[in-house]
Every structure is written in C-alpha cells, then in structure tokens.
Design a protein around this ligand. Structure first.
Ligand code: SAH
Length: 395
C-alpha cells in the first residue's frame, strides 16, 4: 500500500532535524515543485531526504506552514485502524496508570504519536479535536480505532478551533455518535459537569487538575476568589475541601450555570457566582469595596493569541496581577496561570513580578507548575508545553 503514496522531498540540508527526531517539516524546508504543490491537502506521503532516502510517513498539507507531520519513521507502515489503535491503546494505558479514573486527556497530539489530534475522555464519552488536514482526512479511520479500543457511547467532533483555518479546514461541531450534551465527570474526588458540544474547547480543562488540588489544599477555612472560574474546577473543589466561602467570577453565564450544577452535585452551598468582566470586577473589589480574600485564583484565557500581540498580550498578565494582588490578605495566596503558548515561562514570571511591584506587594513564589501529567510533551516540541502557573504567598 505504501508504494502508491506520493513522495515529498526535503531540500538540501533540511533533513537533519527530522532525522534527529523532530516530527515536523515546515513548508520552506520542502521542495515545493508543481507536483508536490498539487498533492491534495491531508494526503499521506513518504517524507524523503534530499538523497531520496525514505525517512517515514507523514501527513502532508502543501498550504500549511507545518507542511509535513511525521506519523512513523517506518515508510512501509500501513496507517490503518490497527496502526492508530496501537497508539490509542498505549495512551489509554498510560492515563489509566496516571489518573486512575476514566476522566482525562486521552490523546495529546504529537506527544502521543498522533499529530494534530486531541481527545478528552469523559468515561464512555469522547471529545475529539482534529487540528490538521491530515488527521481530518483520517477521521473515519481514527473513529474506527477509537471504537475498537474504547467502545464509546458518545463521540463529539469538536472541530471548532481557529487553528483549523490555517489548515484550510471548516470549523464545525458534529456529534459522530450518541448524545453530545452535558455529562458528569469526576476529578480530584469531586463531581463536575462538562457540556461536550456547547462548552469551551472540549468542555473541560483537565490541564489544571493538579493545580486545582494544590489550591484546594491551601483553601481550608479560607475565603476564596476564583476569577475566570469557567465551570468551577478550582472554586467548587476548594468549597468541597473546606473553604469558608468561595466567589466564582466569569463573563460566561453558561459556564457559571454549569459551575452552579457542580456546586449542587457536591453539596456545597457557600459558593456564590458573579457574571462579570474580570478586570472590572477586580477593580471594583479592590477599590471602593476594599475586599480581601485568603486565596485568589486567576486562570484567564490566552491573552496572547498571535505573535503580533505578544507584547501587549503579555502585559495583560501584569495588569491582572496588579489588580488581583491588592485583594489578597496578608499571608494569603495568589495563583496565576497563563495558557498562551507564545508566552515563555520567564516572560510570564517577569510580568507577574512587575504586577506585584505595581501593586506594592511583596511575597514569595511557592510553586511553579504546568499542565497535569495527561498532557505530555514531545521532547522536540517544548513549545507545546503551553500552561504555566505560579503560586505565591503575599506579605
Ligand atoms: N479556571 C477555569 C478555566 C478558565 S478558561 C477552570 O479551571 O476550568 C477561561 C474562562 O475565562 C472562560 O470560562 C471564559 O468564559 C472566561 N473569560 C474570558 N474572558 C473573560 C473576561 N474578560 N472576564 C471574565 N471572564 C472571562
């Protein structure tokens, strides 16, 4: 079968990185002659060194900056449901060992050998995001493999990410199997709800699992402010683990409705919910109201979405800390996170430091953390470790 595949040739000297283990070849590294340009987006192709030597099989999109994504270094492999199924089985075994309950990020793209694929698991339900033309073309085979490995009752294709446009793909949400509505999940021993079709991203942010547990541990008998709360992952857990009171703030009424359901499921009645713009609310709480909280959590959406707004976006973290720090009681804790992959950890730490300085507060960094273990990183793609978080104690 592999013999019939088109070939894509790397330019002179451009094979070194792929040979060293990097899973991508960029369009400027590929010999883009008329024949290569005419290969339909999303095709499987044999990636070849300038000498013609086959380096492996890749999905190919001549119109994308990340033109080739290596699936295997074996050019003879057949990329079928068995092939994809083996990778799914390995990823599942790892998560079962790491997390223990079937609620986790099952596939984290390149790190799990499936470039362009995200799968979050909610028990018998799967939410799939296909972010490359190659994987979009392989969707039927991937679904067959997921079916064989996990027999899910529900599969939602949450293909609404903006990155699909870079691959020339439509943004759409389809329920491939079952019922794509709200579903219960268990995390850190608490019950939550994710809306699989209507929620943000896959419906739930598993990446903060460990950070939520850590912050809940600091929240016993504390007053807690959870800004950008989404569906209550931090705030409701803190309440369940013994916080005195919790205030969740988000601008999305739908997210807060789901958070309220989570509070009810866990039998906590000391959580209040405010629909508000975060910065406005922080200003109000810190200004005329002069409120103080023992624990303040700020887990915003990505402030930097493209390289061109790196500078202004990064300053958003400074402003967030400037507005949040005054709300932290002496000896209390501030958790701040950034999920902007374009903001490197030192840049984030610098903005946090400046924000503290602006607020005339001092303190100490207790913990530097990232995404939970079900979000592994391919060693050649350190930039895919997008989540950064700092926990500080303030004087
Ligand atoms: N902390 C959450 C995830 C946050 S995702 C968790 O643990 O699951 C970011 C959230 O910020 C989303 O729920 C979004 O609705 C909200 N949001 C985005 N911009 C906002 C703004 N300007 N003011 C308030 N909330 C905002």
């Amino acid at each position: 079968m592999a013999k019939k595949l088109p070939s894509v040739l790397l330019r002179a000297g451009e094979d070194r990185r792929v040979r060293a283990g990097h899973p991508w070849a960029f369009s400027n590294e590929i010999l883009m002659d008329a024949e290569t340009k005419a290969i339909p987006a999303g095709s499987l192709a044999i990636l070849r060194a300038p000498s013609g030597e086959a380096l492996g099989l890749a999905t190919f999109n001549p119109h994308s900056l990340i033109a080739a994504r290596l699936l295997t270094t074996n050019p003879e492999a057949s990329v079928d449901a068995l092939f994809l199924g083996r990778r799914i089985a390995q990823a599942t075994a790892l998560r079962d060992r790491l997390i223990g309950v079937p609620y986790y990020r099952l596939i984290h793209a390149e790190a799990d050998g499936l470039p362009g694929v995200i799968v979050d698991r909610f028990g018998d339900a799967l939410v799939v995001q296909l972010n490359s033309a190659g994987m979009d073309a392989l969707a039927p085979v991937l679904l067959e493999a997921l079916e064989a490995e996990l027999s899910p009752t529900t599969i939602v294709l949450k293909n609404d990410s903006p990155v699909r446009e870079l691959e020339g793909l439509k943004r759409e949400v389809t329920v491939a199997k079952g019922n794509g509505g709200p579903i219960e999940l268990i995390e850190n021993g608490a019950r939550f709800v994710a809306d699989l079709s209507e929620g943000q991203k896959t419906g739930w942010f598993y990446d903060q699992r460990d950070n939520r547990r850590f912050m809940a541990g600091l929240s016993k008998d504390a007053s807690v402010l959870d800004v950008y709360s989404y569906s209550g992952g931090f705030g409701v857990l803190a309440a369940k683990e013994g916080a005195k009171s919790v205030t969740c703030i988000d601008r999305s009424a739908a997210a807060l409705d789901v958070a309220k359901q989570a509070a009810a499921l866990n039998g906590v009645d000391n959580v209040s919910f405010e629909k508000a713009e975060a910065f406005e609310m922080l200003e109000k709480l810190g200004g005329t109201m002069a409120r103080k909280f023992d624990v303040v959590i700020c887990d915003p959406p990505a402030f930097v979405k493209s390289r061109k707004d790196l500078k202004t976006g990064a300053q958003g973290y400074r402003k967030m800390v400037r507005l949040a720090a005054p709300l932290v009681a002496r000896g209390g804790f501030l958790f701040v996170a950034s999920c902007s992959h374009l903001v490197d950890p030192p840049v984030f730490a610098e903005q946090v430091k400046r924000g503290l300085h602006d607020a005339e507060r001092t303190g100490r960094i207790l913990r530097t953390s990232g995404a939970a273990l079900d979000h592994p990183v391919h060693p050649d793609l350190p930039e895919t470790a997008y989540l950064k978080a700092l926990t500080l104690q303030l004087d």
